[in-house]
Design a protein around this ligand. Structure first.
Ligand code: FAD
Length: 310
């Protein structure tokens, strides 16, 4: 069995594996797609001390760094079930979709999250070419330009407030007849001169010139009238979904599916830790996922030196 089995190979999982491998303990990483969301990212300009890099490049460097150590990397492996140890110090079991099963004294869950998509024409085609999901990451790329934010919940309204300070103009598009964000955010939004709020609107298409985004089409749900907005960017803020469906019943999750962790990264199950976008830790970012992954790795090591194997 492994001393530490990391499930997920994004920034959080890679950091966890490096930290535990450096303690000289037997570490494995099972990942559906090593690199995680970083593989889907183009420009990265907030990875501190690296002013500019690109997603695929950072993903390759993550893997290269992990491979500096004796870590058993099991790529293209999807976990389907976690069976926590029945007794303190016992072995946890992770079952894989291919039928195999892995055992470990500690497990670090780092299966990340995925942005909910609109699933409209143009969204995929112009991803990273005007269609964006992360205002903290990509906001500055739209300095002085016009953007739309899709979604009037807390994350959409926060994004609109954030972007309004950078871009020329923000159109906030909400499907419902009213915004769902906290009142304090809505009040703040209403004071901003360069934001237009459109409610009861269904986004139907992202337009582009073949290279990049140049507009957006929405349908007024009251009148069925179709409108076109000219802009350079579309921020989709309709939800970040944690990849934790497979963990129901195994560890405590919030109603939104985030893994509940304490300040050491431990879950509701002793010896099972979690880090990164899959957890309750706020602000889903690469440096944060790496920090939390490192923390979970150190916590797993600390658990191992204090626990007598059953
Ligand atoms: P992830 O990167 O999501 O990795 C999860 C890992 O778990 C993957 O290996 C995945 O294959 C695996 N996995 C999932 N389910 C299973 C399963 N059942 N079994 C096994 N493995 C599984 N952040 C920034 O800081 N700066 C940026 O500029 C930036 N730009 C972004 C642009 C885009 C388009 C996107 C989508 C995200 C961006 N982010 C950015 C956010 C950043 O990528 C994430 O915060 C970060 O990758 C989270 O790391 P993680 O390790 O928690 O999860």
């Amino acid at each position: 069995p492994f001393d530490v089995l990391v499930v997920g190979g994004g920034p959080a999982g890679a950091a966890a594996a490096i930290y535990t491998a450096r303690k000289g303990i037997r570490t494995g990483v099972a990942a559906e797609r090593f690199g995680g969301q970083v593989l889907d990212t183009m420009a990265i300009e907030n990875f501190i001390s690296v002013p500019h890099t690109e997603g695929p490049r950072l993903a390759a460097q993550l893997e290269q760094h992990v491979r500096e150590y004796e870590v058993d990397i099991m790529n293209l492996q999807r976990a389907s079930r976690l069976i926590p140890a029945k007794v303190p110090g016992g072995l946890h079991e992770v079952q894989l979709e291919n039928g195999a099963s892995l055992k470990a004294r500690t497990v670090i869950l780092s299966t990340g999250a995925r942005w909910r998509q609109m699933n409209v024409p143009g969204e995929d085609q112009y991803r990273n070419k005007g269609v964006a999901y992360c205002p903290h990451c990509d906001g500055p790329l739209f300095k002085g330009k016009r953007v739309a934010v899709i979604g009037g919940g807390n994350s959409g309204v926060e994004a609109a407030i954030d972007l309004a300070g950078i871009v020329a103009h923000v159109t906030l598009i909400e499907f419902d007849s009213e915004l769902r964000a906290d009142a304090v955010l809505q009040r703040k939004l209403a004071t901003l001169p360069n934001v237009r709020i459109v409610t009861s609107a269904l986004t139907t298409q992202v337009l582009g010139d073949g290279e990049k985004v140049n507009g957006l089409v929405y349908k007024d749900r009251n009148s069925d009238a179709v409108h076109e907005v000219q802009l350079e960017g579309v921020f989709v803020q309709i939800g970040l979904v944690p990849n934790t469906e497979w963990l129901h019943g195994a560890v405590a999750l919030t109603p939104r599916g985030e893994i509940e962790v304490d300040h050491r990264g431990e879950t509701s199950q002793p010896g099972v830790f979690a880090a990164g976008d899959a957890t309750t830790v706020p602000y889903k970012q690469i440096v944060i996922a790496m920090g939390e992954g490192s923390k979970a790795g150190l916590s797993a090591f600390d658990y191992l030196i204090r626990t007598v194997p059953a």
